[in-house]
Structure formats: structure tokens, C-alpha cells
Design a protein around this ligand. Structure first.
Ligand SMILES: [Ca+2]
Ligand SMILES: [Ca+2]
Ligand SMILES: [Ca+2]
Length: 431
């Protein structure tokens, strides 16, 4: 029997800035100025270079030298943990002896490993738990036959007993679309939450509830792991402000490459594909859903989908938040008033002359965007779970007791501050 090995490379995007963060962390460890959760966010010391990210991009590359089936396609499945332990499948795709499987996965810092399974054309499986070690750029994992589990009666022998109805090279049992030769794999991200402050470029009250949106993505790829379709679910949960904010997402592909958009508007005068989900949150949701004991509005769901022509590989497209933003469509403001996650790039329709005005300290040329002067606070945060957001006027730091330590430690401590562990929350300040 052939020995099978996987090689997995993990790399962080923007490795340079990660190195810088490490240096900053050493400067600030042990000098947390504000451990007191009664303090406002702008009293928390934010180390230079802190990204405000709760997750990091992990680049996954999987190769195989399993030659039992010549260069036939094997299926790869990536889980956040072992499926038997309730692991959630993040990505899937194909690998062959001459073609690697690659993807980019947004993984919470609190997750230290993920789980990979390879399924051969005959259904035989190899698996491996893959550690994510700090900001390591490279890891190698070998799987040998002692770790192999065999499903069914076949354990190779050079034959593929499973049919391939649509002839796309992916066996029916492994094909997310067994009767569609243009589609093979289903890759998912979410549910995660985006929480915005909307006074940009001026500072807000940091209750992080001016717009709260859940999102999840299904990115469908073909047998060779190229993106052919994207399906998105958004849920508007809170609109804690009086501005007429719109919500959109920019995807890392050209506008011309997408078609058949449903559930959103493909915005014109954009070079990249920008989908507008809604124009005015006050027209979408009557009540704010941020005031305790006040009447609320039902949450609002949006199903969005589009097809992609000559799509990028999954590794180029990635799995995660992409580039979401709000803009302030109120009188006196307008479409140019875009607010992105820290480090997010303004779209072609943003008024970039606003960057650096008011409290905003964005430096477009460095990609250092949407953080405030003096204290480098964000106007938006991306949480890798369904986020329980603060009530109206309650600074996020008064709702989450470990938040300030997470920030002042440069993201090294309490990476799970947003979870519901003992002592992590002041429930009276959470909606
Ligand atoms: Ca097939
Ligand atoms: Ca198919
Ligand atoms: Ca606010």
C-alpha cells in the first residue's frame, strides 16, 4: 500500500504587520492602563499596529502523493474541529497528485487547530488534525497508513467504485452538485457578525450597535476549485441610530466577472463587484432593537446570490467577511461616507478626501484605514460568532469585561472575550 502524505502550509496574510504587532505587544504587556470595565473604550490603551481582528487569515495548501488512482481527484474537507466532535465544515475541494488544494480561511484566534480529511475516489479516508501555531508561516504534516480509516469494503486497488453522474471528475458521493458538471464543492463561512459605529469620521459612543448584521457565505466551486457561485445570507438585527445608513459588500473580483445577481444590487461605477444589500436601514427596520424593555422590530433577512464567470480559485477568493461597509445616506452626508472594518479599503465610490478628517486617522497609502486619531479605535468590528451586542449608549467595554485586556494586550489575552464564559459579561449592558 502506498504511503500517503499531506503537506500543509499555513501562512498569515500581511506577515510583516504581524511581526510588528509582536514587538508592540512586548512593549505593552503588563502595562494595561485600563483593566476597569467601567472605563470607556477611548481610555483603553491600543497598541500601535493592533488590528482589532478577532480572526486571522490562514492560507491552507494541501498536496498528496496518493498515486493509487493515478491523477484522479480526491476530495478534501476542512473542518474547524473533528466532525465527530461537532466540527463544522469550512471548506472542501479537490486534490490530485499533480494539483494542490488551496484555500484561505478566516479562523478565530481562539481556535488553535483545524481538521483535514482526504477522501479518495473509492471512499477511503485519511485525516489529520493540523495545529495553528502562533503566527507560524509554515507547517508540515504527514499522514501515514496507521491513521487511515476505511469506509465500506473498498480500500483502493486502483478502481473507483463510486459513480460520477455528471462526469466532472468528482464522484457522486463527494459532489455537492452530483448532477451539475459546473459545480462540485460547497465552502461555508459564518454565522459571524458585523457591528458598526456610524458617526464617522467623528467618534461615536462605542455601543457598537448602530448597525448589527449577521452574515454567512456559501462559496461554490467547480471540480478544479474555481469559484462559480456565491450565496450569502445577511440578517439585520439592530439599527441603533437615526442615520439612514446603507449596507454593502465589496468582493475581491471584478464587477464584469459576476452576473445573475439576486437579492441585492450590483452597484455601477465600481471596478470591483460591490453588492448593495440595502440603502437605508431606517427604511428596513422601524425600531432600533438596542433599547432594553422597549418595543423591538423583527430582524430582517436578505438572501443574496450571484454567479461568477471565469472565477478565481478559492485560494484567491478566500472565505470570510470580504470587504463589508456601511455608508451614511442621510441629508448632509451621502454615498461617499463609507465606513469599513479597520484595514478595509474604500470602494471606488467612497469620498477619500474624508479620510484623515474629524477623528479619522486613515492613511490610505499604508493600508492603515478606519482607525481613530489618538487611540486607534475602530468604527466596525467583525466577530466570528453571533455577537450579543451592547445596549444603547453602553460602551462595548462596559458590556464585555475582558475587552480592554484583549485590546491593551495587543490581542494576545482573552482572544475569546466575546464568548459567554463565566465573568466575561456585564449582562445588564448587553441587549
Ligand atoms: Ca460529479
Ligand atoms: Ca458536480
Ligand atoms: Ca453608537
Amino acid at each position: 500500500m502506498n504511503k500517503i502524505s499531506f503537506t500543509i502550509f499555513l501562512a498569515l496574510i500581511a506577515f510583516q504587520s504581524c511581526k510588528q504587532q509582536v514587538i508592540e505587544k512586548q512593549d505593552t504587556l503588563g502595562t494595561n492602563l485600563s483593566q476597569n470595565p467601567d472605563h470607556r473604550i477611548d481610555e483603553v490603551r491600543v497598541p500601535n499596529g493592533f488590528s482589532w481582528e478577532t480572526s486571522r487569515n490562514v492560507k491552507v495548501k494541501i498536496t498528496t502523493n496518493d498515486t493509487r488512482f493515478k491523477n484522479e481527484l480526491h476530495k478534501i474537507e476542512v473542518y474547524n474541529k473533528k466532525p465527530e466532535l461537532g466540527g463544522k465544515k469550512l471548506a472542501e475541494g479537490s486534490v490530485s497528485t499533480d494539483k494542490a488544494f488551496e484555500t484561505l480561511i478566516l479562523t478565530p484566534f481562539m481556535d488553535k487547530s483545524f481538521y483535514i480529511q482526504k477522501i479518495a475516489p473509492d471512499g477511503s479516508k485519511d485525516f489529520e488534525l493540523c495545529a495553528i501555531v502562533g503566527n507560524q508561516a509554515l507547517a508540515e504534516i504527514k499522514v501515514d497508513n496507521t491513521q487511515k480509516i476505511v469506509l465500506g469494503k473498498s480500500d483502493g486497488g486502483g478502481n473507483s467504485p463510486i459513480g460520477d453522474m455528471d462526469g466532472d471528475g468528482v464522484a457522486d458521493d463527494l459532489d455537492c452538485y452530483p448532477s451539475d458538471p459546473t459545480k462540485a464543492f460547497c465552502n461555508t463561512y459564518g454565522i459571524a457578525t458585523l457591528a458598526f459605529e456610524d458617526l464617522w469620521p467623528h467618534k461615536g459612543d462605542y455601543d457598537m450597535n448602530d448597525m448589527v448584521i449577521n452574515y454567512s457565505y456559501k462559496v461554490i466551486t467547480n471540480a478544479t476549485n474555481h469559484v462559480v457561485r456565491v450565496e450569502a445570507d445577511y440578517t439585520l438585527r439592530a439599527t441603533g441610530g437615526s442615520y439612514n445608513n446603507g449596507f454593502g459588500v465589496e468582493f475581491p473580483i471584478s464587477r464584469a466577472s459576476i452576473n445573475t445577481v439576486q437579492g441585492a444590487t450590483l452597484e455601477t461605477n465600481q471596478s470591483k463587484a460591490v453588492l448593495i444589500v440595502f440603502q437605508d436601514m431606517r427604511a428596513e427596520m422601524k425600531m432600533w432593537n438596542t433599547i432594553p424593555n422597549a418595543a423591538g422590530s423583527p430582524t430582517v433577512d436578505y438572501q443574496v446570490s450571484f454567479n461568477v464567470s471565469n472565477g478565481p480559485t478559492l485560494a484567491q477568493f478566500g472565505l470570510g467577511a470580504y470587504n463589508p461597509f456601511i455608508w451614511n445616506g442621510s441629508n448632509g452626508f451621502g454615498r461617499g461616507y463609507e465606513v469599513h472594518l479597520p484595514g478595509g479599503m474604500p470602494t471606488d465610490l467612497a469620498n477619500t478626501s474624508l479620510l484623515g478628517t474629524g477623528a479619522d486617522a486613515s492613511q490610505l497609502i499604508n493600508g492603515d484605514t478606519y482607525i481613530s486619531k489618538n487611540d486607534r479605535s475602530p468604527w466596525a468590528i467583525n466577530i466570528p460568532i453571533e455577537f450579543d451586542y451592547p445596549i444603547e449608549k453602553a460602551d462595548i467595554n462596559t458590556a464585555y469585561t475582558k475587552f480592554s485586556t484583549w485590546v491593551s494586550s495587543g490581542g494576545t489575552q482573552y482572544v475569546d472575550w466575546y464568548t459567554n464564559q463565566n465573568g466575561y459579561r456585564n449582562n445588564s449592558n448587553i441587549y
